[in-house]
Design a protein around this ligand. Structure first.
Ligand code: F3S
Length: 294
């Protein structure tokens, strides 16, 4: 049996960076309360692990009145940072540097008098956070039809949610050009998602069975699953190694593995180790069969 782990499987740079900041905070704040605003990772097992180590999940800053608050990689609005400062909380800002760069464009161009347009999903935490850098006055657009309904502006500044599809961004920005006398466009899309998807597709094309590891509620894992199914009809989705089906695995000689952006390395490692054990068992069984035949 050959096991192929897709390139770029698991954490992207921004999430890896955020999780390292959580570990450092845990190590340096042993007698202090540590909070995260929302899920620092969209992975149930990883959140359970962190909660088990004393991290407390809060939904809003109102729930925290002392200690240290960790801002997740999606970032938050300026008002949230200011509220945390006003309460005297220690802030560990784990906003992904790519998301922070996008927030800065929003803030700078808002101050210069531009109407901010964010191409993305209105409910996504990254977009909610970004609009908080322009006094919640951004227009959020996810499809080309919404552009038609816009009035004309003097100056528009367009940025993208970091994880959206580039072709969609290009179509929308092209249409937006007719809606302003002056338009500045910043393609703030991060390539990590597209690269992980492309690598997963390449692996799915050459294996008989494909395993996608990640949270059942993680949208980027769901997208990976859809892509892998396109190229490998025997694709399964698991959250942990315990869900692997040994009887199914036995049927295949080449098996691929990929993982969503919020899947921690330790889960990917557990799955690959379990696969290696399966592989060993399979080889030993084959040897016994051969000996018996001889
Ligand atoms: Fe950052 Fe890109 Fe990941 S924006 S959080 S490195 S998907």
């Amino acid at each position: 049996m050959q096991i192929i782990i897709a390139d770029k499987a698991g954490y992207c740079f921004g999430i890896e960076n955020a999780m390292k900041m959580v570990e450092d905070t845990l190590a340096n704040h042993q007698n202090q309360s540590i909070y995260t605003l929302g899920d620092i990772s969209h992975n149930r097992q990883e959140m359970d692990r962190l909660i088990g180590r004393g991290v407390v999940k809060a939904e809003t800053i109102d729930e925290i009145d002392h200690g240290c608050v960790i801002i997740r990689s999606h970032g938050v609005g300026k008002d949230v940072i200011e509220a945390a400062e006003a309460k005297g909380l220690e802030i560990v800002n784990a906003t992904c540097p790519f998301v922070r760069a996008m927030q800065k464009k929003v803030e700078d161009y808002y101050k210069k008098g531009y109407q901010i347009v964010i191409v993305g999903n209105q409910e996504h935490p990254e977009v909610v956070g970004a609009t908080g850098w322009c006094n919640n006055e951004a227009i959020v657009i996810n499809d080309i039809k919404s552009v038609e309904n816009l009035k004309k502006y003097d100056k528009i500044c367009v940025v993208a949610q970091t994880t959206i599809i580039e072709a969609n961004f290009n179509k929308i920005t092209e249409a937006l050009k007719s809606k302003a006398d002056e338009i500045v466009i910043f393609n703030t899309i991060c390539s990590a998602t597209a690269e992980r998807q492309a690598a997963a597709a390449e692996t799915a094309k050459v294996v008989e069975y494909m395993i996608v590891i990640g949270g059942y509620h993680s949208s980027n894992t769901q997208k990976l699953l859809d892509i892998c199914k396109t190229y490998c009809k025997n694709t399964c989705h698991i959250e942990t190694a315990g869900e692997l089906d040994p009887n199914e695995i036995k049927k295949y000689q080449t098996i691929g593995i990929t993982a969503g952006a919020s899947t921690p390395d330790w889960i990917v490692k557990e799955v690959t180790e379990s696969m290696e054990e399966n592989k060993l068992e399979q080889e030993q069984t084959q040897e016994v069969v051969q000996e018996t035949e001889a």
